[in-house]
Design a protein around this ligand. Sequence first.
Ligand code: ADP
Ligand code: MG
Length: 425
Amino acid sequence: MRNGSRAWPSSLLPASTTAPELGREPWRGPAEPDDAAARARAAKLRERLGPDGDRARIVRAPGRVNLIGEYTDFNLGFVLPAAIGLEVWIAFVPWERPEVELSSVEMDETRSFSLDGLTPPESPERSWIDYVAATAWAMAEAGLTVRGFRGVLDSTVPVGSGLSSSAALEMASSWALADPAAPRPEPSRMAVIAQRGENAYVGVNCGIMDQFASAAGKAGHALLIDCRSNTATAAAMPPNLSLVVCDTAAPRRLGSSAYNTRRAECEEGVRLIAEHEPGVRSLRDVDAAMLERYRHLLPDVVARRCEHVVHENDRVLAAVAALEAGDLEAVRRLFAESHESLRDLFEVSSAELDVMVEISGQVPGVVASRMTGAGFGGCTISLVRPGAEEALRDRVMDLYPRRTGLDPRVYVVQAVDGAGPVAGG
Ligand code: ADP
Ligand code: MG
């Protein structure tokens, strides 16, 4: 600690130096009775492809929800997302020519682009096809062979709600674009490639969490991602818990400017502390005692931002331990502390998110509830005892509109495997 580099208990750190080989097996789809729904979905996609449909391959990639660890990613700390059963599916037929033609059912639009001479646009137009082109560009840049295809994409990931429809689109695209005869990089490597595409080609400054979760998720598990080393370990979810995502349907006010301000405030905290602790490179290296030692040197707002991040990292590791031990009381407390810290110290919650958490917390069977994602709107995540999902949905659908005037959406989801081919697809 003297050199400023924080000593994390090694038993809590991801043990692997390379990401686990997750999400590589063909996805077998949800257990009965939803298999029928998966088959119907595949059949519908084939039908949309027309006469080629019978020989089409189908790949899928999930959205994700972050269980805990907010604004810790760019501070090189820990996050705990789970890949969830809201997914982008692409049915496609490879083409000999270097061209992609893709139809989006949700956008009701067909777009195409050439794989030859792809370069990041000067001023990105941010059309949805850019996410596919970005992935192709980044794969080629990383030395992977990309192939053209004609395909149809269909998604159950709500767009722009913070459940990472964009990363799901990228990861599904990466499977459609890849040469099936070539060895596929590790999921963690594909995540870095897709993130580079979204950063440099689409022009969105996202962290690694979304692509990592979509690429490397594991059924029944959350992923503890170390955002400094880009490695992950799978953390088992207690089998007796359901995930329920509640979308506040609130417009995202202030989103990107507040994000940039928070980033700058965290960087200022690091800079001021590092003047005295040269080993400190990010808030990952700062613990609570060190922060208290230098707190008087930090502007109050910077100190509060740092306090959130430092304790949120601790909470992520504590949550992994609590989930694995089945200590639901500890999970409840950690979720509540995380939400309060995001509301009061980091100041990224909103009236709607607070109301949603308050309503959820009053429903019997709801174990833990907090805002998830960047805040200012978006979703909450609740961990719920099986059987209480519908009670939560009913209560939210009844009370939330009365208190906010907004129409919420409620998704009961499971933690699923990361992106890959659909079995039989
Ligand atoms: P999110 O939180 O859902 O990832 P983003 O703003 O990062 O929100 O990404 C949303 C964008 O991803 C959409 O505007 C669109 O360009 C693309 N996208 C997501 N889902 C689809 C889809 N089903 N069809 C076409 N484009 C999609
Ligand atoms: Mg996104």
